[in-house]
Design a protein around this ligand. Structure first.
Ligand code: AMP
Ligand code: MG
Length: 366
């Protein structure tokens, strides 16, 4: 069992430009000394470390309790940092950088030697992103080093989209959190690999398949693991996909169907808590359910922005189980669906028949 050194966790507010400059300087001091620091990005809060310092990178895995074979994303604040991270910049890569950076897109490329193998869990590829968040950019620029940063939560639970979420998870385990308010996107970056025969999405996010295809001018594949449970021992192209993820303590069951059928299913099966859309709260409350809403029906962007906070609020109800409304899989809805089915441990049922709609085995490797 790991021994955790407890420490005082400081939160620095990053509202004014002056506060941001001061906070970025403090964060850079810690990072260059090999510490890990939580920083805001437009997707979720990240737990950052100097990507070129192997010991610091290992500290990320220890603090998060992250499995060693789940690689990290490396963040840059200027294209001039790219040669430190990757050996190759193909035509396709340049098109993606031009169209989507800075922003919520991560690109998998061949790994440069200055990035220790531990960052990529031993793979000869590396995931790289140029975040759009001003605070993240300032911290990276202040360090003048690429920063490895997964989500700043304990592994397995919903990702943090506020500084308070990070505090709830990592208080006493890290020295510093920069508070940049709520994350605007709310789900992690789209991950696309350019290291396969055809470009392939390994994790859906705010940048959609349609947008990527338009910029690349060719079809983009979506990895099977995005919407399916992997079976034990199965090889996966994105190692992170095989782990238990985003899970609230509340056992969530997702129900596909109309609101009326959903209510009938929920009542017949003894559920009292509903994870639903904002417009449905009043009807569901009238029907006797305690509700937590995750965005508006048919508005994938609002669903993404509130999903992780809503999953945390669901746990605050203190109920053992809840029944959730299924989002659409279109556009950013694919990212919302990808996170939500994992939060529900792949329990997806048809509202009318109660039949399981989970696409493969729910058996998960540990
Ligand atoms: P997180 O750090 O939690 O945002 O997760 C990063 C995601 O990117 C995980 O799903 C990883 O499996 C994936 N990833 C990172 N680096 C690579 C890589 N070199 N090859 C494939 N997937 C990667
Ligand atoms: Mg994560």
């Amino acid at each position: 069992m790991e021994q955790q050194r407890m420490m005082q966790t400081e939160i620095l507010c990053c509202t004014t430009e002056e506060e941001i400059k001061k906070a970025a300087t403090s964060a850079a001091e810690q990072l260059l000394a090999g510490q890990v620091v939580a920083i805001p990005t437009e997707t979720v809060y990240g737990l950052a470390a100097d990507a070129t310092n192997e010991a610091a990178v290992k500290e990320i895995f220890r603090v998060k309790g992250r499995p060693q074979d789940n690689p990290l994303i490396v963040h840059i604040s200027d294209l001039s940092m790219l040669p430190l991270v990757t050996t190759a910049q193909s035509e396709d890569a340049l098109r993606l950088f031009e169209a989507f950076w800075p922003g919520p897109l991560t690109v998998i490329l061949p790994r440069a030697d200055s990035i220790p193998a531990a960052v990529s869990a031993g793979l000869d590829t590396v995931a790289v992103r140029f975040p759009a968040h001003f605070v993240a950019q300032q911290v990276i620029a202040c360090c003048n080093k690429p920063l490895a940063a997964p989500s700043a939560n304990r592994s397995g639970i919903p990702s943090p989209t506020t500084a308070q979420h990070v505090m709830d998870d990592l208080s006493g385990r890290i020295p510093l959190i920069l508070d940049g308010g709520s994350c605007s996107v709310g789900v992690e970056s789209t991950v696309i690999t350019l290291c396969t025969e055809n470009p392939r999405i390994l994790r859906p996010g705010f940048v959609t398949k349609e947008q990527l295809e338009e910029v690349l001018g060719k079809p983009v594949e979506v990895d099977e693991a995005c919407l399916k449970a992997s079976t034990a021992g199965q090889a996966v192209s994105s190692p992170g996909m095989k782990y238990k993820h985003y899970a609230p303590k509340t056992a969530l069951t997702l129900v596909q169907g109309s609101l009326d059928d959903y209510i009938s299913y929920a009542k017949a099966n003894g559920f009292t808590a509903a994870f639903c859309f904002e417009e449905e709260v009043s009807a569901l409350s009238d029907a006797g359910f305690t509700c937590v809403a995750y965005g508006r029906a048919g508005d994938d962007v609002s669903q993404a922005a509130s999903l992780f906070d809503a999953l945390r609020r669901l746990d605050e109800l203190g109920v053992s189980s809840a029944v959730g409304r299924m989002p659409s899989k279109d556009g950013v809805g694919l990212a919302v669906t990808n996170r939500l089915i994992r939060a529900a441990a792949f329990r997806v049922v048809d509202a009318k028949t109660g039949a399981s709609l989970s696409e493969t085995s729910t058996e998960q490797p540990v």
